[in-house]
Design a protein around this ligand. Structure first.
Ligand SMILES: NC(=O)c1ccc[n+]([C@@H]2O[C@H](COP(=O)([O-])OP(=O)(O)OC[C@H]3O[C@@H](n4cnc5c(N)ncnc54)[C@H](O)[C@@H]3O)[C@@H](O)[C@H]2O)c1
Length: 314
C-alpha cells in the first residue's frame, strides 16, 4: 500500500494525542492524520495541528461526526480519558469506524504489540493498556515463557509534568488495567501495580521496576536472554527503552522460603528487572518516555491494521 493513504482521527489533543500526531506525521507509513479532535479550542494540541495543516474540531466526537472528512476515516485513536472513551465509543461504534484506545478504559481486549499483536485484530475496539503496561507486560511475558510466574508486581514512575488531566482522571483504571494485562497478556497468575507521579524538577525519566516470582527451579540464563530479546524487540519502536542494570535473581529454597501473607510459603526465584524509558522528545522532552512507549505501540498497531486491511481488500 502507498504512504499516507489510510486516514485516521485522533480524539484528545493533550500530551498523548499531540505526541501521536507528530509521530504519524513523521512516519513514512500508511497513516494520514485526517482530523484532530479536542474540546478546548485554545489547547496547544489543536493549535499545533492547525499550524501543521491538519483539520481540527473543538467539538468533541460530535464535531468529528459532522466534519466533511469523517466519511474517509478508517480508525480513530482515543487519547482522552477512560470516562470520555466510553462515551466516544458509544458514539462511534454504530458508524463502523474502529477505535484504538490509548486510555485505560479497557472496553476492548488488550494489545501489547510485541506480545499479542495479531490477536483480536478483527475487533472494532482494541485497548493499548497503559504506559506502565506497555513497558512491563513484555518483561513478564518473557519471564513467563520460561517458568510459572505466580506473582508479578510492577512499580511505574513517571514525571508529574507528563501526566495531563486525562491521565489524572484515569488513575484507578490505570491500576486496574495494568494489573489485568499483566495476567491476561503477561501470563502471571496474580499481579499488583503501583503508580508514582514524581514531582521532581527537573523532571525524571520514566522508570519501571518489575518483580516476578517464578515457582520452583527455573533456568536463569534462559530468563536473562529472553528478557534481553524482548528489550531488543521493544527497542525496534522505542529506542530509549533499556535496562538500567543486569537482571537480578534471588532464590528461595525450602530451607529459606519467602513468606507471602496471601498465599503462604513461596519456594522459587524472584526476578527483578529495572527499566527506564527515554522518549524521542517529539512533543514533551525526552524524560517523557511514557508518552513514546504508548504512542509508538499504538502507531505500530494501527500501521499493522492498515496493512492487514489493505491486504484483505486488494
Ligand atoms: N501521559 C501519559 O504518560 C500517558 C501514557 C499512556 C496513556 N495515557 C492515557 O492517555 C490519555 C490522555 O492522557 P494525557 O496525559 O495526554 O492527558 P491530557 O489531559 O494532556 O489530554 C487529554 C486531552 O483530551 C481532551 N479531551 C477530554 N475529553 C474529551 C472529549 N470528550 N473529546 C475530545 N477531547 C477530549 C482534553 O481537552 C485534553 O486535551 C489518558 O487516558 C491517559 O491515561 C497517558
Amino acid at each position: 500500500m502507498t504512504q499516507h493513504d489510510w486516514p485516521v482521527a485522533i480524539i484528545g489533543s493533550g500530551n498523548i494525542g499531540t505526541d501521536l500526531m507528530i509521530k504519524i506525521l513523521r512516519s513514512d507509513g500508511p497513516l494520514r492524520v485526517a482530523a484532530v479532535v479536542g474540546v478546548d479550542p485554545d489547547s496547544d494540541g489543536l493549535a499545533r495541528a492547525r499550524s501543521l495543516g491538519v483539520p481540527t474540531t473543538a467539538g468533541g466526537v460530535d464535531g468529528l461526526l459532522s466534519m466533511p472528512q469523517f466519511g474517509d476515516i478508517r480508525l480513530a485513536f482515543d487519547a482522552t480519558s477512560a470516562a470520555a472513551h466510553r462515551a466516544n465509543w458509544a458514539a462511534l461504534q454504530p458508524t463502523g469506524v474502529r477505535m484504538l484506545d490509548l486510555t485505560p478504559a479497557a472496553v476492548g481486549p488488550y494489545c501489547v504489540p510485541v506480545v499479542n499483536l495479531d490477536e483480536h485484530l478483527d475487533l472494532g475496539n482494541l485497548n493499548m493498556v497503559t504506559c506502565g503496561g506497555q513497558s512491563t507486560v513484555p518483561i513478564v511475558a518473557s519471564v513467563a515463557a520460561h517458568g510459572v510466574v505466580s506473582y508479578a508486581e510492577v512499580v511505574s514512575a513517571i514525571s508529574s509534568k507528563s501526566a495531563g488531566p486525562g491521565t489524572r482522571a484515569s488513575i484507578d483504571e490505570f491500576i486496574e488495567t495494568t494489573s489485568a494485562a499483566l495476567v491476561s497478556v503477561g501470563g502471571a497468575q496474580r499481579s499488583k501495580t503501583v503508580m508514582i507521579l514524581n514531582p521532581a524538577d527537573p523532571p525524571v525519566l520514566m522508570r519501571n521496576t518489575v518483580y516476578c516470582l517464578v515457582d520452583g527451579d527455573a533456568d536463569h540464563g534462559a530468563i536473562r536472554s529472553s528478557i534481553a530479546d524482548m528489550v531488543a524487540r521493544v527497542n525496534a519502536y522505542v529506542p530509549g527503552y533499556r535496562l538500567t542494570q543486569g537482571v537480578q535473581f534471588e532464590t528461595f529454597s525450602p530451607e529459606n522460603p519467602l513468606y507471602i501473607p496471601e498465599t503462604g510459603k513461596f519456594i522459587g526465584i524472584r526476578v527483578t528487572v529495572m527499566l527506564e524509558v527515554a522518549g524521542a522528545g517529539d512533543y514533551l522532552p525526552t524524560y517523557a518516555g511514557n508518552l513514546d512507549i504508548m504512542t509508538s505501540a499504538a502507531l505500530a498497531t494501527a500501521e499493522h491494521i492498515a496493512r492487514q486491511t489493505a491486504g484483505a481488500t486488494s
